[in-house]
Write a protein that binds this ligand. Structure first.
Ligand code: 5GP
Length: 120
Protein backbone atom coordinates (compact mmCIF):
# COMPACT_ATOMS: atom_id res chain seq x y z
CA UNK A 1 0.00 0.00 0.00
CA UNK A 2 0.87 3.64 -0.40
CA UNK A 3 0.70 5.52 2.89
CA UNK A 4 -1.32 5.17 6.08
CA UNK A 5 -4.80 6.63 5.87
CA UNK A 6 -5.01 10.11 7.38
CA UNK A 7 -8.34 10.58 9.16
CA UNK A 8 -7.91 14.35 9.01
CA UNK A 9 -8.06 14.63 5.21
CA UNK A 10 -10.76 16.88 3.82
CA UNK A 11 -12.85 14.09 2.27
CA UNK A 12 -12.84 12.18 5.56
CA UNK A 13 -14.27 15.32 7.17
CA UNK A 14 -16.92 15.57 4.46
CA UNK A 15 -17.79 11.87 4.91
CA UNK A 16 -18.15 12.41 8.67
CA UNK A 17 -20.33 15.48 8.04
CA UNK A 18 -17.85 17.77 9.80
CA UNK A 19 -17.62 20.11 6.85
CA UNK A 20 -20.32 20.73 4.25
CA UNK A 21 -20.32 19.58 0.65
CA UNK A 22 -22.79 19.98 -2.16
CA UNK A 23 -23.85 16.34 -2.20
CA UNK A 24 -25.40 14.81 -5.30
CA UNK A 25 -25.55 11.10 -4.46
CA UNK A 26 -25.07 8.78 -1.51
CA UNK A 27 -25.52 5.09 -0.90
CA UNK A 28 -24.15 2.42 1.41
CA UNK A 29 -20.70 2.45 -0.19
CA UNK A 30 -20.29 5.78 -1.90
CA UNK A 31 -20.69 9.56 -1.59
CA UNK A 32 -20.62 12.02 -4.51
CA UNK A 33 -20.44 15.83 -4.30
CA UNK A 34 -19.56 18.80 -6.47
CA UNK A 35 -15.90 19.82 -6.63
CA UNK A 36 -15.32 23.11 -4.82
CA UNK A 37 -13.23 24.43 -7.73
CA UNK A 38 -14.93 23.04 -10.84
CA UNK A 39 -12.76 22.59 -13.93
CA UNK A 40 -15.76 21.97 -16.23
CA UNK A 41 -19.49 22.83 -16.22
CA UNK A 42 -20.00 19.50 -14.44
CA UNK A 43 -17.25 18.44 -12.03
CA UNK A 44 -18.31 15.88 -9.46
CA UNK A 45 -16.13 13.86 -7.08
CA UNK A 46 -17.13 10.30 -6.24
CA UNK A 47 -15.55 8.76 -3.14
CA UNK A 48 -15.82 5.33 -1.58
CA UNK A 49 -16.86 5.60 2.07
CA UNK A 50 -14.09 3.25 3.19
CA UNK A 51 -10.69 4.56 4.23
CA UNK A 52 -8.67 4.09 1.03
CA UNK A 53 -5.85 6.39 0.03
CA UNK A 54 -5.35 5.13 -3.49
CA UNK A 55 -6.48 2.69 -6.09
CA UNK A 56 -3.78 0.39 -4.74
CA UNK A 57 -5.46 0.28 -1.30
CA UNK A 58 -8.93 0.04 -2.75
CA UNK A 59 -8.18 -2.80 -5.14
CA UNK A 60 -6.31 -4.74 -2.46
CA UNK A 61 -8.62 -4.23 0.53
CA UNK A 62 -12.14 -3.36 -0.60
CA UNK A 63 -14.78 -6.07 -0.84
CA UNK A 64 -16.27 -6.99 -4.20
CA UNK A 65 -19.47 -5.30 -3.06
CA UNK A 66 -17.64 -2.03 -2.33
CA UNK A 67 -15.86 -2.10 -5.66
CA UNK A 68 -19.04 -2.88 -7.54
CA UNK A 69 -20.95 -0.25 -5.58
CA UNK A 70 -18.36 2.39 -6.39
CA UNK A 71 -18.35 1.51 -10.10
CA UNK A 72 -22.13 1.59 -10.25
CA UNK A 73 -22.25 4.90 -8.38
CA UNK A 74 -19.98 6.53 -10.96
CA UNK A 75 -22.29 5.37 -13.73
CA UNK A 76 -25.34 6.51 -11.82
CA UNK A 77 -23.94 9.97 -11.09
CA UNK A 78 -22.92 10.52 -14.72
CA UNK A 79 -26.36 9.41 -15.88
CA UNK A 80 -28.18 11.63 -13.38
CA UNK A 81 -26.00 14.59 -14.35
CA UNK A 82 -27.14 14.14 -17.96
CA UNK A 83 -23.67 13.36 -19.27
CA UNK A 84 -24.25 10.07 -21.02
CA UNK A 85 -25.28 11.24 -24.46
CA UNK A 86 -22.57 13.87 -24.98
CA UNK A 87 -19.92 11.93 -23.06
CA UNK A 88 -17.68 12.78 -20.16
CA UNK A 89 -14.38 11.91 -18.50
CA UNK A 90 -13.60 9.92 -15.36
CA UNK A 91 -10.17 10.62 -13.92
CA UNK A 92 -8.13 9.46 -10.96
CA UNK A 93 -5.07 11.26 -9.71
CA UNK A 94 -3.06 8.71 -7.75
CA UNK A 95 -0.01 9.41 -5.63
CA UNK A 96 2.88 11.75 -6.23
CA UNK A 97 3.32 11.34 -9.95
CA UNK A 98 -0.44 11.37 -10.40
CA UNK A 99 -0.68 14.75 -8.68
CA UNK A 100 -3.10 13.53 -6.00
CA UNK A 101 -3.78 16.26 -3.45
CA UNK A 102 -6.44 14.73 -1.22
CA UNK A 103 -5.30 11.35 0.19
CA UNK A 104 -8.70 9.65 0.02
CA UNK A 105 -9.41 7.81 -3.24
CA UNK A 106 -11.74 9.77 -5.51
CA UNK A 107 -12.95 9.70 -9.08
CA UNK A 108 -13.37 13.02 -10.84
CA UNK A 109 -16.28 13.17 -13.31
CA UNK A 110 -15.95 16.01 -15.83
CA UNK A 111 -18.56 16.95 -18.40
CA UNK A 112 -20.68 19.62 -19.98
CA UNK A 113 -18.13 20.75 -22.57
CA UNK A 114 -15.75 19.14 -25.05
CA UNK A 115 -12.82 18.09 -22.89
CA UNK A 116 -10.13 17.67 -25.50
CA UNK A 117 -8.08 14.59 -25.92
CA UNK A 118 -6.01 13.63 -22.89
CA UNK A 119 -4.01 10.47 -22.56
CA UNK A 120 -1.17 11.50 -20.30
P1 5GP B 1 -6.90 15.61 -6.49
O1 5GP B 1 -5.86 16.54 -6.99
O2 5GP B 1 -6.57 15.06 -5.14
O3 5GP B 1 -7.27 14.55 -7.48
O4 5GP B 1 -8.23 16.47 -6.40
C1 5GP B 1 -8.74 16.99 -5.25
C2 5GP B 1 -9.98 17.78 -5.65
O5 5GP B 1 -10.68 18.09 -4.48
C3 5GP B 1 -9.67 19.11 -6.35
O6 5GP B 1 -10.32 19.14 -7.61
C4 5GP B 1 -10.22 20.16 -5.39
O7 5GP B 1 -10.81 21.26 -6.05
C5 5GP B 1 -11.23 19.38 -4.59
N1 5GP B 1 -11.42 19.85 -3.23
C6 5GP B 1 -10.44 20.20 -2.35
N2 5GP B 1 -10.98 20.56 -1.17
C7 5GP B 1 -12.33 20.45 -1.31
C8 5GP B 1 -13.42 20.69 -0.43
O8 5GP B 1 -13.27 21.10 0.72
N3 5GP B 1 -14.66 20.46 -0.93
C9 5GP B 1 -14.88 20.02 -2.20
N4 5GP B 1 -16.16 19.83 -2.58
N5 5GP B 1 -13.86 19.78 -3.06
C10 5GP B 1 -12.61 20.00 -2.62
Amino acid sequence: PTQPYDDANIFAKILRGEIPANRVYEDEWTLAFHDIAPQAPVHILVVPKGNYVSWDDFSAKASDAEIAGFARAIGHVAREAGLVEAGYRVLYNIGRNGGQEVPHLHAHIFGGRPLGRMVG
